[in-house]
Write a protein that binds this ligand. Structure first.
Ligand SMILES: N=CN[C@@H](CCC(=O)O)C(=O)O
Ligand SMILES: [Mn+2]
Ligand SMILES: [Mn+2]
Length: 338
């Protein structure tokens, strides 16, 4: 049992054998390491490897959304899973640095988005080896996040998992969770051919936005493509598509790419979506690619979720990404292993 010391340095455990500190885990198994144990509060020193950055912004969402609660839910759920990947027979020993949350303005949404951009830019500048994992928030956070990321890293390729194009026009309101990739294209941060969209779904989009995407050179894999082709082939083709034209790749995971059965906590749920295993496999394959150096996870509203099912997928997205990075590093750059 973990020892409990008071602020004054008194060891409570020595005197009271069966007392444990409030909030500590109910049960510990000496042979189990929890994913939460990988998490370290940022001490201000250079970050090498994965870092969580909370972006608790969901006021720009078209549908009512409590996605601003998600970063803390994900942090807490890391306690529910272990570090052991049985398929690979690997124990994760990556450190996940927790940079905390970006402070949002209560009413000024553009100001909040600017804070995301500024923070991402500053963190990437001062920590060149950091792999940011931005926790939304709704999908509006991706525009400023990728803009800040690209300022430091150069030409960025994006692999977006989503039921929706998120290329809505800006005249009907925005920037919202329906416009992040339109904003990136129109502000010149990316050209359309730097964007790959996977999992785009029937009855969730419009013909005009599909045509806009095609005109801009966006690569689209619909859910039918995902069902008819292997996810390995789609990921390989996506990387091939991007790798000669970009300096770095960023993954944007809108959790509503999943079928409603796997993601009840998304505001825009629907049938005909991806299953969670396919998404996790895709993330693991992407993590093996050295060019992939950043990610965001968005559109989970914990107040709508059932038993945190959707946030639990997000935790597995993070762990699958870390797994492939540690796997990759074993073979190559040895960046994560201690
Ligand atoms: N990122 C999500 N975009 C979707 C859902 C918007 C919503 O209903 O909140 C879209 O634009 O259709
Ligand atoms: Mn979506
Ligand atoms: Mn989206």
């Amino acid at each position: 049992m973990e020892k409990w010391y008071t602020k004054e340095g008194i060891c409570v455990t020595e005197q009271f054998e069966y007392l444990k500190k409030a909030g500590s885990s109910k049960f510990t198994d000496r042979h189990i390491k929890k994913a939460a144990d990988l998490l370290e509060h940022w001490n201000g020193k250079q970050i090498e490897g994965a870092a969580l950055i909370g972006a608790p912004l969901s006021k720009p969402s078209i549908s009512h959304s409590g996605a601003s609660f998600t970063p803390n839910v994900i942090r807490n759920l890391l306690q529910s899973y272990t570090t052991y990947a049985i398929d690979e027979n690997i124990n994760l020993n990556n450190t996940i640095v927790d940079c905390g949350d970006i402070y949002m303005h209560v009413t000024d949404l553009i100001q909040s988005q600017n804070r995301i951009k500024k923070t991402m830019e500053e963190l990437c500048t001062t920590n060149p080896q950091m792999i940011p994992i931005l926790l939304g928030g709704d999908h509006s956070v991706s525009y400023p996040s990728i803009e800040g990321f690209s300022k430091v890293k150069g030409k960025v390729g994006i692999i977006q998992f989503d039921a929706h194009h998120d290329l809505r026009n800006l005249k009907d309101g925005g920037p919202s969770n329906g416009t992040p990739f339109r904003s990136l294209i129109e502000s010149g941060v990316i050209k359309g051919d730097q964007l790959v969209q996977i999992g785009i779904r029937n009855f969730s989009n419009s013909q005009v936005y599909r045509e806009y995407a095609e005109k801009q050179g966006v690569t689209i894999y619909t859910m039918k493509d995902v069902r008819n082709q292997s996810i390995q082939a789609i990921i390989n083709d996506s990387i091939e598509q991007l790798k000669n034209k970009v300096d770095i790749i960023y993954i944007s995971v809108d959790m509503d790419v999943l079928d409603q059965t796997f993601a009840p906590g998304c505001p825009a749920i629907g049938p005909g979506g991806m299953d969670s295993y396919t998404l996790l496999e895709a993330i693991q394959l992407l993590g093996e690619e050295n060019l992939v150096q950043g990610m965001d996870i968005v559109e989970i509203d914990p107040t709508l979720d059932f038993r945190d099912m959707t946030s639990r997928v997000a935790v597995h997205v993070i762990l699958s990404f870390l797994l492939s990075k540690s796997n990759k590093n074993k073979k190559h750059i040895n960046q994560f292993t201690k």
